[in-house]
Design a protein around this ligand. Structure first.
Ligand code: PMT
Length: 410
């Protein structure tokens, strides 16, 4: 949750929909976070959700009776969905099962929760939770895309991880604090405008092994690339994160492809290339690697030690031309920043390069902020002030949108 969350949520009415998934227990934590931030929470459960968590849990947390059945009470209950829909400032469905998503995508108002969502004239956030195979199924994928295309609707993407069924993959309900943050972003005007893009993002350093215990590497932590992956997924893109280092917590909506060396990053990028629509190389890739990798630990000897280095492949320069793909590089520079960056833009045939002066305090390696200039192949540029890496990612992805529009025109 952001620092402004308290003021942001104070007095807002949240309708929290809970459908029947093992992840339903996490919605109790979600209700608690909204309440803690000052919002009021009304829970509506499907009948299968009650198999996973008792309505009493939500009643105890929210102080409000939980609604579940469409016609369980007196005549006033028959119009409960209209009353509930009118009262809400935001509808959040977490977890949303494949069933609930399917019903909603097809406008089937078959129980109180689906009827309330359809009757609502407020923003709706859907947080899917299901087995990775189900999440990847073309029917579920199409339903999710349909919902995401509706004005006022957004999908809070699930995370990658181990699921209750024992499988690993993309489908785990996003963590409750991440869902609150997503809702805050969406209510503040966030758009899912990268639907249909498959953005491949590289982050962090590469490790070039010298022997079984030593390697050559650099100061990159991955923060810049993680921010780009997070924002791209939030804006509706399919995202593959290719990196040697892992984000502190899994990034919702991201498939993580773990690599180590420049060569393995090169191979992973090439394997993903047929489905990549935009590539953003924020990684600090080693230009050199040890010529020999010793099979056992190198022992110290008297006198200096010389290590011979070989060139690594230049990943960006190795890519075949594709007029539809948007290719963005970064340039970490310490002098003649824009001049060097422009040289790389041309040599590597990029659509855009992010010139990054890593000598500025608060900019470059390891920090949460960055100051960059976005230089495009058409000669235009945008010089950004010092911003958080998440804000830099937003601005960079705005330019990806502009580049996409230009490519579609040409
Ligand atoms: O990870 P953080 O701690 O948040 O730090 C962020 C950052 C400073 C690493 C990031 O903002 C940044 O500037 N990344 C690029 C660093 C870099 O290695 O730049 P370069 O000028 O060496 O490379 C130019 C471009 O070519 C880069 O997009 C790089 O990914 C790519 N490259 C480099 C070498 C190589 N063999 N193959 C490549 O494709």
């Amino acid at each position: 949750m952001t620092q402004q969350s308290g003021a942001f949520w104070a007095g807002r009415e949240i309708l929290l929909g809970v459908s029947g998934s093992i992840a339903a227990y996490k919605s109790a934590e979600l209700a608690r976070l909204f309440l803690k931030a000052g919002a009021k929470v009304q829970v509506v459960m499907t009948s299968s959700a009650k198999q996973f968590i008792a309505p009493l849990t939500f009643f105890s947390l929210t102080g409000r009776p939980v609604y579940d059945e469409m016609f369980s009470g007196g005549p006033e209950e028959a119009t409960a969905h209209i009353e509930l829909a009118r009262r809400a400032d935001l509808v959040v469905v977490a977890p949303a099962t494949a069933q609930l998503i399917g019903r909603l995508a097809n406008g089937l108002a078959s129980d109180l929760l689906s009827t309330t969502i359809i009757a609502a004239d407020t923003p709706v956030v859907i947080a899917p939770a299901m087995n990775p195979q189900m999440f990847a199924h073309p029917a579920v994928d199409a339903n999710i895309k349909t919902i995401a295309s509706w004005p006022g609707y957004a999908i809070a993407p699930p995370t990658e991880g181990e699921l209750a069924c024992g499988e690993f993959g993309l489908g785990r309900l996003a963590d409750p604090p991440g869902i609150v943050e997503f809702c805050e972003w969406f209510l503040s005007g966030g758009k899912q405008d990268l639907q249909g893009e498959h953005v491949v993002v590289t982050a962090g350093p590469t490790f070039e092994d010298l022997d079984p215990v030593r390697f050559l590497s650099n100061r990159s932590t991955g923060k810049m690339g993680f921010a780009i992956a997070q924002v791209a997924a939030r804006r509706g893109a399919q995202v593959s994160l290719v990196s040697s280092v892992s984000p502190p917590t899994p990034i919702p909506g991201c498939n993580h492809v773990k690599v180590r060396s420049a060569q393995s990053m090169h191979d992973a990028i090439h394997a993903l290339l047929p489905e990549t629509t935009a590539l953003v190389m924020a990684a600090a890739v080693a230009d050199y690697k040890p010529k020999e990798q010793a099979p056992t630990k190198i022992k110290k000897k008297a006198g200096p030690l010389a290590i011979e280095l070989d060139r690594n492949p230049d990943i960006l320069a190795s890519l075949p031309k594709d007029p539809k793909r948007i290719t963005v590089g970064f340039a970490a520079e310490t002098d003649h920043v824009e001049e060097h960056a422009l040289g790389k833009l041309k040599r590597k045939h990029l659509d855009m390069i992010v010139a990054n002066d890593v000598t500025q305090p608060g900019s470059g390696f390891g920090v949460d902020t960055n100051q960059v200039v976005l230089l495009k192949a058409d000669g235009s540029s945008e010089s950004l002030p010092m911003l958080s890496k998440v804000e830099v990612a937003e601005r960079l992805l705005d330019q990806v949108r502009t580049l996409r529009a230009a490519k579609e025109r040409s």
